[in-house]
Design a protein. Structure first.
Length: 321
């Protein structure tokens, strides 16, 4: 079977993505993400910039790769490298497509997608699955880079707010580093993670049973003195993050505390195989206005503590119910 290598751009703006209806051929009128074939000597990124310039006139910046879709059409096998992209110059002009739309996350199923593009839609619609796949496949590498990182300054800041021996939920415990630290200081810790592989590793590292649980499955009422969500809920799309905060607010006791952290910035989307929602002080303060039962008691920006990554910034937050 003939193999065709193409690229596709998921151009995003204001929470929506750009899709076009094909104006020719067997699939005329079906919807797709713009892009096209990779020519000899081109990288996928170069091909995508050229294709968008030819199809839509505009200039784009190619950002992180989302995935590669492999799909068998009746006459050929398609291999499609898919990237996030943004417009940096010009207007989107339909030189080849017969129609185009900006689609929100909720509108993605409102058009008839080409089969290969539908595979991509399924991935975009369930970013949690993409992120969990990454952690299950790269658990050992992730643990090796995080388990021994010194984090006691922030851990102690959090513990100082809680009653001695209080109950903590490590919400997305990863390697179990923080759970182990809290247990060692006499706290009662429940540890959970959405990655089955990380649950296994964290269980060995901490000596306790680590529960396999998605963030959306949290169902507790005034159980915890504190919730520790260190570099974890940052993987939740902003459209879904509000419901997770509602669950956390319900799960902590009155006047209980939540620590959480996000990469510093305004990016939202896939980075190197994982979904990220970034925040700045102002964007998080706007977001938290949805929750009158939660207040920011402290926020600060820090550098990444992992070796060689000190130029990466983090927004740290201590919240109180």
């Amino acid at each position: 079977m003939k193999n065709i290598k193409v690229v596709a751009a998921v151009i995003r703006e204001n929470g929506k993505v750009f899709a076009t209806a094909r104006g020719y051929g067997e699939y005329k009128g079906w919807w797709e993400f713009p892009g096209g074939k990779i020519e000899a000597g081109e990288t996928p990124e170069q091909a995508l910039i050229r294709e968008i310039r030819e199809e839509l006139t505009a200039e784009i910046a190619v950002e992180d790769k989302i995935t590669t879709i492999e799909y068998d059409y009746p006459e050929f096998h398609l291999s499609m490298d898919c990237f996030w992209a943004r417009i940096i110059n010009g207007e989107l002009v339909l030189n080849e497509a017969e129609d185009a739309r900006w689609l929100s996350r909720e509108e993605l199923d409102s058009v008839r997608w080409l089969p290969a593009d539908l595979e991509l839609i399924n991935i975009l619609s369930d970013q949690s699955a993409v992120t969990l796949k990454y952690y299950n496949e790269n658990a050992d590498l992730f643990v090796s880079g995080t388990a021994d990182v010194e984090f006691s300054e922030i851990e102690d800041k959090f513990l100082a707010l809680l009653p001695e021996g209080g109950r903590i939920l490590d919400f997305g415990c990863g390697s179990g580093r923080d759970t182990k630290y809290f247990i060692g200081r006499g706290y009662d810790v429940d540890a959970v993670d959405g990655s089955e592989k990380l649950c296994e590793i964290a269980g060995r590292n901490t000596g306790i049973a680590v529960r396999h649980m998605l963030f959306s499955e949290l169902d507790a009422d005034a159980v915890y003195d504190g919730i520790w969500a260190c570099s974890s809920i940052l993987h939740v799309p902003k459209t879904e993050l509000a419901s997770i905060f509602e669950k956390m607010i319900r799960a902590v006791k009155p006047a209980g505390y939540i620590y959480t952290s996000f990469k510093y910035g305004e990016f939202e989307g896939c980075r190197k195989g994982r979904y990220f929602t970034d925040f700045t002080e102002s964007t998080f303060e706007t977001f938290i206005k949805k929750f009158p039962g939660l207040k920011i008691t402290e926020e600060w920006v820090s550098s990444d503590v992992r070796p060689g990554r000190g130029d990466e910034k983090w927004l740290n937050l201590i919240l109180q119910k």
